[in-house]
Design a binder for this molecule. Structure first.
Ligand code: FES
Length: 110
């Protein structure tokens, strides 16, 4: 399938995020310093919706148990905390993004 048009840059200014659905998959799109990044919106811990979390310095914090992911790579940089106990979490899936004009394309296969 390769790159698929997901959305355009409307409402996605620097430091912002939004969720798009591409081929039935929820994707978290972010704009970090003018570049766009895509990771799976479902937290790999227990499926929290990452778009509802806080995005700060390129790190999204899951609203459910506080896992943290680098939105550029999907890498987990902090695990969940439940009842004051820390756990590990898998990395999130990241996807290649390309911009054509103001259209944002995501490749779900890579
Ligand atoms: S569901 Fe995201 S940290 Fe638990």
């Amino acid at each position: 399938m390769g790159f698929v048009r997901a959305t355009d840059t409307t409402g996605l200014s620097v430091g912002n995020k939004k969720m798009v659905v591409v081929d039935g998959k929820e994707i978290l799109l972010t704009n970090i310093d003018g570049s766009y990044y895509a990771i799976a919106n479902r937290c790999p811990h227990m499926g929290g919706s990452l778009v509802k979390g806080i995005l700060e310095d390129g790190i999204i914090t899951c609203p459910r148990h506080g896992s943290k992911f680098d939105v550029k790579t999907g890498r987990a940089v902090g695990g969940p905390t439940i009842l004051f106990m820390k756990f590990k979490v898998k990395d999130d899936r990241s996807y290649p993004v390309k911009l054509e004009g103001s259209d944002i394309f995501i490749d779900l296969e890579k």
